[in-house]
Every structure is written in structure tokens, then in C-alpha cells.
Design a protein around this ligand. Sequence first.
Ligand code: GUN
Length: 287
Amino acid sequence: MTARIIDGKALAERVRGEIAEHAARLAQRGEQPCLAVLLVGADPASAVYVRNKVAGCEKAGIRSLRFDYPGDVAPAVVMAKLAELNADPSVHGILVQLPLPPQFDEAAVLEAISVDKDVDGFHAENVGRLSQNQEAFIPCTPHGVIKMLEAEHVPLAGAEAVVVGRSNIVGKPMAMLLTNAGATVTVCHSRTRDLAFHTRRADILVAAIGKPRFLTGDLIKPGAVVIDVGINRLTEGPDAGKLCGDVDFDSAVQVASAITPVPGGVGPMTITMLLENTVISAARALR
Ligand code: GUN
């Protein structure tokens, strides 16, 4: 079997078109959606993500405000900016790019963002709402994965879903979303004793571990849907310098029924969901 390749880029473009139309309607009514993005330090990957987020806003007709701080900035400076943005009615979404330098208490920063502007869905209250299957801002990467599975008509209710990775940004909210959709969910991680036992049972396998080409075809159930959240840059071997996922695509594509590529899979959907959350927040401001 050779798996169908799930085209995240095409889906993202389609959804972004709808978001741009919604943003234009809101702007006509005097509420142009606006996202504020804060970047602390000079992590090159974070700089690329922030640049792509700002560019995504521009293309969708969403205003963006970008605030850059040196890596040794005092946390109080960032907290003061968050308080200012929380109070500004023209700002609908606020995002602090992670990771933050060690002088920051990350949880305290995330909770300093107004719950109603927390378009990343990382505030403890939004996390709690999601865990109770209540309306909430949903973290963008796992939300994008669910949208892709829905667009591919992958049945979620009753499915055996295995999430490899337990981060607050992807693994845990992914598990909650799949649970809310009726899947039977297993979360695996670095301390899991027999990873293959779990992954080989998965109808839906989500890889979010940050290890290049870690999940090989022999760990995948024939016919499974494989979602690769990893974005790794290879540093050695014949493909040095290339991007790859957490799944060994060449062996997995022989076993799975559908698979997301890297790049061009989950990545484009992540920013799409951020734009959607920003537009939703602006629409709420008009109510
Ligand atoms: N760092 C890695 N992924 C993300 C994300 O989705 N949002 C933020 N704010 N930081 C990140």
C-alpha cells in the first residue's frame, strides 16, 4: 500500500481564503482584526515562526503588531506590555512566542494574557475549558490537526488514537481534542516502556516528539492515518540542511493509508488556526 499524501498547504490556503473574507467583513464594520506578537530573544526558529505569523496576518487582512525584546529583558517590561495590550480594545489576539529565556516564569506570562485574547489557547483557563469540552481558544497546532482529519473524513469517534509526545503545546491538547471527538486516546512519551506496542495499535498516529524520522514504518499499523507534527532540521547525513518530520516518511508511506508530509502538512495549518482564532476574537468584540 502507498499512502495518500494529505496536502496541508492546499487546505490551509482554502481556509485562509475564508478567514480573509471574514476579516474583510469585520473591517467593514469597523473592527479590523488585530494580533499582537511578542518575541523575546534571538532564537532563530522562533524568529522564523514569528515572521511567518506576521506575514500570514498581512495576507489575510489582519493587522499585526510586533514587539521584539532582547533575551535579557526584565520580565516586568513584558508584563507591562501585556497589561497595555489587554486593555487596548483594538487588539483582539495576543501571543508570546515560546520558549522564553530562563528569567521568565512561562506559566505566569501565559496567565497574564487576557483569557479573551489568548489566541494560542495556552492560558490555564482556556486549557481547563478545553479539558471540559467547553468553548475555548484551542491551541493552534492540534486544532489544525483535527481540521485536517475532518477534511480527510477520517472517523474519530471510536478510533484508536495514539499521540506520541506530551507537551503543553501539542501532545496534551491533541489528546484532549481527540478524546472530545470520541477517540480512545493513548499518550506516549520518552518514558513509555513499549512504544511499538502502542503505536502498532493506532488507527490514528500523531507524532509530536521532536526527534527526526523517529517513527519508522515498522511501528505503524497497516492502513493507519499518520499525522507528523515534527519540524526538524537534519544536521548530518546526505540530507543535511533539509527539513524533516518525526516520522520516517519513506518507510511510513508504504504502510499508512494517509500521511502528512513535512514540510507542507501540519505546519501551514498551525498559523491558519491562529488567524482563525484572531478573527473569532474580533467577531466577539462586535457582539
Ligand atoms: N512555540 C512553538 N509553538 C508555538 C505556538 O504555537 N505558539 C507560541 N506562542 N509559541 C510556540
